[in-house]
Ligand binder design. Structure first.
Ligand code: PEP
Ligand code: MG
Length: 564
């Protein structure tokens, strides 16, 4: 019983790690946002003009305060603050507030309603625009606080060191935070391209976004251990071991900063390191790292807020942005993994009791082949002109049977595309000898493979001890997949979060995995670890790990064998 829920009282909340790094410090929550007013009393005609002046004065004060802060910082931080000042001064927004006040609404409500209109427009535009709605809500809250004479919402004063927690951080908050005091950032909402992530990257602060509501249970002042590579916030960690983890991380960070690819073990065994991306922006960032190409392009992420299916040409334009970031390298693109936690409006999914076990991933295409074939047409169109040295591989998510693999491969080959499949359903791993003859490659999605092997929802913070890719049960399925890969000469990659863990990367290499794909920020850490060990040791560690009884023991065995 080495990995029952809570061997030392520690529990973890998981989010999306966007900047690697480890920190141990008490939690600091951002100051709360003002309560938003409902539509209320109607202003008399003669009160409306002065009310707009009151709004203008408050908005001007907020703009000046932010402009002053912009003048004290540099680089992206200054750009972000200047952009926010531009929003507070935006004529369209102010005109809408004025219209609302002219209709009789008090300034606070007029501000809320005007902002809501713009938030709706930004959300409908989707993508990067949708992520900017945090900025709009931030200026709304600052103006409302100013109108009420309340303190400005946002960063509190921090003595010593703290881990900053927030629902979502505004650009103005992130742009002015002081890394001498704030040593990590964790947000309930946000995405990898949100301002929080951009600034955290610039300041090199460990950062996790999108943890979900579980974060709110952690009060200010409680010590937490943040791991930005794994995306975990651990509560009740044992202090001495948490501090040792931080120290170890700092020593390793110095080595990692020096590491240059390509990745190989000390005896020259090559492992291809690739990046997981969600859009062209992430691909461009990845191109500036040691990534040798892209190992997982999650196409569904480009369409989360798109209500109607984009045309083949529109899709091709989106995909081309990712391909263009790697014009002379391999790109593995995944067809829409819609459903479950990634609803796509145009995929027409019915409500289901258990969406993770329902019609998701490739299963949607079984009843709607056109959705898949149009996407494959778009991929083929976007890939036109990519040379021999820039192969485009296409894989399907959630493949469970040989007939699904064969059907998908046929559709790809008809279009001159190289077919592969995600191995993320246990059945696919167990039947890989039947699936692989149809395919040119496979990529193991350890996130879902773990979820389905352990029968534990990957989004559940309580079940994080089960949804751990170190579970030997999961690694045994990886081993079986690699065995068949070796027998049939089929490359076997891993593109789940497991590939971002440097020690687990050694285990996966020992099991026979040929490429690892992870967030680009994690790749140097993985490469540096691989370059400190030989293949025989990776194999020995893998065997030892497979023989343990649970994730905690597996991790500990690997730590001892690889780090001493
Ligand atoms: C996985 O399941 O491991 C995977 C890479 O796919 P996603 O996380 O997008 O479901
Ligand atoms: Mg998956």
């Amino acid at each position: 019983m080495d990995d029952v829920r809570n061997p030392s009282g520690a529990t973890a909340i998981k989010g999306t790690g966007v900047v690697a790094g480890v920190a141990y410090a008490p939690v600091v929550w951002v100051r709360p946002r003002p309560a938003l007013p409902e539509a209320g009393a109607t202003l008399t005609e003669d009160a409306r003009e002065p009310e707009f002046e009151r709004f203008s004065a408050a908005a001007d004060t907020v703009a000046e305060r932010l402009a002053d802060r912009a003048a004290t910082v540099e680089g992206v931080a200054a750009d972000v603050l200047t952009a926010t000042v531009g929003m507070v001064r935006d004529r369209g927004w102010r005109r809408t507030v004025k219209k609302n006040i002219s209709a009789g609404h008090p300034a606070e409500y007029a501000t809320v309603a005007a902002t809501q209109k713009f938030v709706g427009m930004f959300e409908a535009a989707g993508g990067v625009m949708a992520e900017r709605t945090t900025d709009l809500k931030d200026i709304r809250d600052r103006v409302i606080a100013e109108l009420r004479g309340e303190p400005e919402p946002g960063l509190p004063d921090v003595e010593g060191e703290g881990v900053l927690f927030a629902d979502d951080l505004s650009p103005a908050d992130t742009a002015t935070l002081d890394p001498a005091h704030i040593i990590a950032l964790v947000t309930e909402l946000g995405g990898p391209t949100s301002h929080t992530a951009i600034i955290a990257r610039q300041l090199n602060l460990p950062c996790i976004v999108a943890t979900g509501e579980g974060l709110r249970q952690i009060p200010a002042g409680e010590f937490v251990l943040v791991d930005g590579a794994l995306g975990t916030v651990t509560r009740n960690a044992e202090e001495a071991s948490a501090r040792a983890t931080v120290l170890e991380f700092r020593e390793r960070a110095a080595v990692i900063a020096q590491w240059r690819g390509p990745a190989r073990t000390t005896d020259g065994h090559r492992v291809q390191l690739l990046a997981n991306v969600a859009d062209g922006n992430a691909a461009r960032i990845a191109a500036g790292t040691q990534a040798e190409g892209i190992g997982l392009y999650r196409t569904e992420m480009s369409f989360l807020s798109t209500s109607t299916e984009p045309t083949v040409e529109e899709q091709a334009a989106v995909y081309r942005k990712v391909f263009d970031a790697f014009p002379a390298s391999k790109v593995v693109i995944r067809t829409l993994d819609a459903g479950s936690d990634k609803p796509i409006a145009f995929a027409n999914m019915a409500q289901e009791e258990n969406p993770a076990l329902g019609v998701r991933g490739l299963r949607i295409a079984l009843g709607n082949e056109g959705l898949l074939t149009r996407q494959l047409d778009a991929i083929a169109l976007a890939a036109e002109g990519r040379g021999e040295n820039a192969p485009t591989w296409v894989m399907a998510p959630m493949v469970a049977t040989e007939s699904e693999a064969g059907w998908f491969a046929g559709l790809c080959r008809d279009r001159g595309l190289t077919p592969g499949a995600m191995i993320e359903v246990p059945a696919a791993a167990l039947m890989s000898d039947k699936l692989m003859p149809h395919l040119d490659f496979v990529s193991i999605g350890t996130n879902d493979l773990t979820q389905y092997t352990m029968a534990a929802d990957r989004l559940s913070p309580q079940l994080a001890y089960l949804t751990d890719p170190w579970q030997p049960a999961v690694l045994r399925l990886v081993k079986e997949t690699c065995r068949v890969g070796e027998d049939t000469g089929t490359p076997v990659g891993v593109c789940g979060e497991a590939a971002a863990d440097p020690l687990l990367a050694c285990v996966l290499t020992g099991l026979g995995v040929t490429s690892l794909s992870a967030a680009s920020t994690a790749l140097a850490g993985v490469g540096a670890q691989l370059s400190s060990v030989d293949l025989a040791t990776c194999r020995e560690v893998a065997e030892a790990v497979l023989d343990t009884s649970g994730a905690a023991a597996a991790r500990e065995v690997a730590r001892q064998m690889l780090l001493g």
